[in-house]
Design a protein around this ligand. Structure first.
Ligand code: ZN
Ligand code: ZN
Ligand code: FE
Length: 756
């Protein structure tokens, strides 16, 4: 700021303006910044948090007012984001000072709640400084970092509306909190060793065995000794063990009943994570950002990590410490640890230290906990860089509950309860759709309780009483039942239509367009299982213009776990009884049962699922014979593929059907001549892209969406997007929300945008 501007004082020509700012404006240090800026420029007036955002009234000369507005936009705190900025002229009132007014509370709240932010460098520096009063304090934070969503109980974001309300600030903390010049001015979770939360170490029976730094040191020793540590973190518990120790990892797998699904690994530092691995600048930035997600990186075969951390997977989910507590622990250890959600199989992540001992008994050997309550459950997010952009595959910490801003403004709030797998819920308020963090699969009562709680929290924060609750068309989903239980007007939206609307919402696409919606399963309007869909999206609806030739899935839902059944179903659809002449590795007895089931059409759902086609090809090529977790076979097939394959298999598109039979026949011929799985998989991926291109040309819509869980496959996404773009189509896919069912809730609320 120039000296000339600073010297300017309000005078007789003073003008007054009211600025209303909406967006991420609370809990980011905006008020102290405004206060200092107003003082610097000699302006009078006030700044105040409101339910909708921040109101600023400033009074002074023209030049100073202009300088203020410019600096507000250009120099605002790093985490602040303005979605709306209005400016009303008022009559000057000759006030003498600039103040920070107490927060205003009111009816509608739309101010943006920030996600939890990774600890900042300033705080880390203090934490590592022996002369600082917060030396080695695991809950250090400031206006630029620390917990937000995981501690909030109501908006506006002020200390009494957080789970820190029960901690009374000591004098030193209060002084910092109240001093507009301090970098902890109004840092709501402010705390220190004298007044804030503390660590405690508990044994498997829940007895406290150490406190404070001693608890941390003993926990570190337990991890060094190969034990499994349950750590209460930011939005829930982590289960940690030494990632180099195959026995510890095997014990964790056994106890968590998670035989093969990859674990994520937390490295002590970026340098250690980078050693021997190619990391793109974009991936490096993500890892070290305030969001600090798990980033899927190539290079799982590095010596620092045991093979059973991510068996058979060329990628590894990597993250860096993001809380002061994780930093202290990891720097004590100096080696990477497995860091997986602290839950029992199929249950949501634990958040309470007293419940955790029960919930995680038999899994964890020891518990490192603290007494800062968690109000908003929040898992780690997962991001993969594909086609040069960061794409969120699991949206939780660091992202939720930031809204997706949409082009439609909802006249009344709408709640959507999501699907069944990878569930999230969404609340639409005006032009913002607030998405809950990832909740998980709704297979257990605990998960359903967490699902309700997530919806309640969003409604409470935004003081919304939605009269419309949108759910999936599937009559048996837990989320569908929940929609009925919540009362009001329950509206069903077809699964793949919701995938399409989700993709449109985050990209601002308006109909008409073609949605290629490919996933494992979604209930169709004809009572069959859809999953390889080409939907022409129109205002207010869709037309199923093309889909894969349906085939029977012997054993119904069990087929999702057994790729061989998908293979058998496809072979049967192609060759009838002759299908049984081919040995696809099914045990004799099972094969006989399947044959009877297929011939009598008992428990054989018809499906057009692209996901099951991936399964079938994985089974036939021997790449993967079992789905230990959802998507395992499809992932294995992607990883096996020769990426640059250009040769194609035949296929046919006619009468609304994409006929895969010529492709399957050719794959069998390739197998019979001894072609390598990698070659077949490469050709298979290229063929799928060619099918998408041919379908798009058939339909003739200029805009094409690639959505659904299959598009987590980087190779498929690459091939398909490239082919479409080269032919002049405008291609949209997902970035902010997952292409999988984690993004469904967004699409579900959007279905009401066209209805309202
Ligand atoms: Zn900080
Ligand atoms: Zn204190
Ligand atoms: Fe889906």
């Amino acid at each position: 700021m120039s000296a000339e501007l600073i010297a300017q004082k309000p005078d007789d020509d003073a003008k007054r303006e009211r600025l209303t700012v909406e967006g991420t404006v609370q809990g980011v240090g905006l008020r102290p910044f405004v206060f200092r800026l107003a003082q610097e420029l000699g302006l009078t007036g006030y700044v105040q948090n409101t339910p909708a955002g921040v109101v600023i009234e400033i009074e002074g000369g023209d030049t100073s007012l202009a300088a203020f507005k410019k600096a507000l936009q250009e120099r605002k705190p790093p985490q602040a984001r303005f979605l709306k900025f209005d400016n009303t002229p008022l009559t000057a009132n000759g006030g003498q000072d600039f103040i920070i007014r107490p927060s205003e509370t009111g009816e509608e709240t739309t101010a943006l709640m920030l996600p939890d932010l990774a600890v900042c460098d300033d705080c880390l520096r203090e934490m590592n400084d022996p002369s600082d009063r917060r030396y080695r304090y695991p809950f250090i934070n400031c206006t630029n970092c620390g917990p937000r969503f995981s501690i909030i109980t109501a908006l506006p974001y002020d200390r009494p509306n957080t789970t820190m309300a029960e901690f009374e600030m000591c004098e030193a903390c209060r002084h910092e909190y109240e001093n507009p010049e301090d970098r902890r001015h109004h840092a709501q979770p402010i705390a220190c060793p004298d007044c804030g939360p503390q660590l405690e170490l508990r044994d498997a029976k829940g007895r406290t065995t150490a406190r404070r730094d001693e608890a941390l040191m003993k926990a570190a020793q337990a991890v060094r000794d190969g034990k499994i540590l349950a750590l209460k973190g930011l939005g829930g518990f982590h289960l940690l063990c030494d990632a180099r120790n195959a026995e510890a990892v095997a014990a964790l797998r056994r106890r968590k009943v998670r035989p093969v699904k990859p674990f994520a690994v937390m490295y002590p530092s970026l340098n250690m994570a980078q050693a021997g691995r190619m990391i793109l600048p974009k991936e490096r930035k993500l890892l070290s950002s305030a969001t600090a997600p798990i980033v899927l990186l190539p290079g799982n075969t590095l010596p620092a990590v045991a093979e059973n951390v991510a068996p058979g997977n060329p990628n590894l989910g990597v993250m860096l410490p993001y809380t002061p507590l994780h930093h202290l622990l990891l720097s004590e250890l100096g080696f990477p640890v497995v860091a997986t959600s602290g839950n029992r199989a199929d249950e949501p992540i634990c958040t309470d230290e007293d419940e955790a001992v029960d919930a995680l008994s038999g899994i964890a050997d020891i518990f490192l906990v603290h007494d800062r309550p968690i109000s908003g459950r929040c898992d780690d997010s997962i991001v993969r860089v594909m086609r040069g952009r960061a794409r969120v595959l699991r949206r939780a910490r660091g992202y939720a509950p930031l809204p997706v801003v949409v082009t439609h403004s909802f006249a009344a709030p709408v709640l959507a309860v999501g699907g069944h797998l990878k569930n999230t819920v969404a609340l639409a308020v005006r032009n913002r759709v607030f998405l809950s963090p990832h909740i998980g699969d709704l297979d257990t009562p605990e998960a359903c309780t967490a699902h309700h709680a997530a919806a309640d929290l969003l409604c409470r924060l935004y003081k919304a009483e939605p009269q419309t609750v949108v759910h999936d068309l599937h009559p048996d989903y837990g989320s569908t039942r929940m929609a009925a239980e919540r009362g009001g007007n329950a509206v069903a939206v077809q699964h793949h239509h919701a995938h399409a609307l989700s993709c449109m919402a985050e990209n601002g696409v308006t109909p008409p367009c073609l949605a290629v919606a490919w996933d494992g399963a979604g209930y169709g309007t004809d009572n069959t299982v859809w999953g390889g869909e080409f939907l022409k999206i129109e205002p207010g609806g869709y037309e199923r213009v093309l889909h894969f030739l349906p085939f029977p899935l012997p054993g119904g839902d069990a087929a999702a776990l057994d790729p061989k059944r998908a293979a058998l179903g496809m072979l049967y659809a192609m060759d009838g009884e002759d299908a049984f002449g081919r040995d696809i590795g099914l045990p004799g007895e099972t094969a006989r049962l399947m044959k009877a089931a297929l011939n009598k059409r008992i428990n054989c759902l018809q499906t057009s699922s692209a996901g099951r086609i991936f399964d079938a090809v994985a089974a036939l090529t021997g790449v993967c014979a079992e789905n230990g977790f959802e998507g395992q076979a499809a992932m294995a097939l992607e990883f096996a593929a020769e990426p640059d394959a250009t040769a194609l298999y035949d296929f046919n598109i006619e009468d609304g059907i994409v006929d895969w039979r010529p492709m399957l026949r050719a794959i069998l011929a390739d197998l019979d001549t001894g072609a390598e799985p990698g070659e077949i998989s490469g050709k298979f991926h290229a063929t799928l892209a060619a099918m998408i291109l041919a379908a798009a040309k058939c339909v003739g819509e200029e805009t094409v969406l690639l959505t659904g869980g299959c598009f987590q496959n980087a190779l498929l996404l690459d091939h398909a997007a490239e082919a479409l773009e080269q032919s002049g189509f405008a291609v949209h896919t997902h970035r902010q929300v997952p292409p999988n069912d984690g993004g469904l809730a967004l699409g579900q609320v959007m279905a009401m945008a066209h209805a309202q």
